[in-house]
Design a protein. Structure first.
Length: 281
């Protein structure tokens, strides 16, 4: 602790993980990103999840539910949604929808640490499978955060220890190669950090940077008055932001994707075998 005529102050070192995030965002923001803000009525799906919890005692992750809906709609729009740019004039379209999300692991010391985790082939997995995978990832002592491949995992562990200029060089190489980007970061992303807000205080639309062609940021849920069948009723509304790389995604495809995604969450998923029905098998 130092003291002079401006008062007490302390100089400390920025954590390595924060330095890596700064490098990552600096590279990701080079894209031509546009954002769309959306409100989604999740009253019915939350009722179904609450009823399941009351009946069985098992809590199903709402993030897992969103990922299951997200991956199915992304699969429908492989181009241009599940697509990564290669150089300035080419792109790569993927069949597998690999969804990168964030989980929170509790260390032995009790400190909670955020971690990126990629669900591979999420479009082929049920809500049950995605939920179980996320829960396992949170409690495992060591998980391969972005890849099941040992060499990739070793590089992820080594990366924060590299000098800044070398980290930036590695990131530029990864972002320039769609196959590497898929291996390290998945094909699409969804972040649910906004759901940490409780009691209606977490509502709001976030503006964020994503390395993917399409990314979704989920904010809080708030009870709001809306018009349903010409009547004013109280509904639970989820605030979301969809970020898109405008060099690949034009207004038409973006609108169709967003419309189908909201419909899938609100009601399209209810009778699907991969969604709530998978919890009972």
């Amino acid at each position: 602790m130092k003291k002079d005529n401006i008062g007490n102050y302390k100089i400390d070192k920025i954590p390595r993980i924060a330095q890596v995030i700064d490098d990552y965002v600096s590279e990701a923001k080079k894209k031509n990103t546009v954002w769309g803000l959306a409100d989604c009525d999740v009253t019915e799906v939350r009722r179904i999840l609450h009823e399941y919890t009351n009946e069985t005692g098992e809590k199903i992750s709402f993030t897992a539910f969103l990922i299951s809906c997200y991956s199915r709609v992304v699969e429908k729009y492989k181009y241009p949604i599940n697509t990564l740019k290669k150089g300035k004039n080419r792109y790569c379209v993927f069949d597998d929808v690999d969804v990168m999300t964030n989980i929170e692991k509790t260390l032995p010391s009790g400190i909670k640490k955020p971690l990126n985790y990629t669900i591979r082939k999420a479009n082929e997995k049920s809500l049950r499978e995605i939920n179980d995978e996320l829960q396992t990832a949170k409690i495992n002592k060591e998980i391969r955060a972005t890849s099941q491949q040992k060499k990739t995992f070793n590089l992820v562990k080594l990366f924060p220890k590299l000098p800044r200029f070398l980290r930036r060089w590695v990131l530029r190489r990864i972002f320039a190669n769609p196959l590497w980007r898929k291996r390290f970061l998945g094909t699409v992303g969804i972040t649910a950090t906004g759901m940490l807000g409780k009691h209606g205080k977490g509502y709001g639309h976030g503006v964020f940077i994503t390395p993917h062609t399409v990314g979704v940021a989920v904010a809080g849920i708030q009870k709001k008055a809306v018009v349903v069948d010409d009547k004013i009723v109280q509904r639970e509304i989820l605030a979301m932001t969809i970020a898109l790389d405008h060099s690949l995604v034009d207004g038409g495809p973006a609108t169709r994707f967003g419309t189908d995604f909201l419909y899938m969450i609100e009601e399209g998923c209810i009778e699907e075998e991969w969604c709530f029905k998978s919890l009972k098998t």
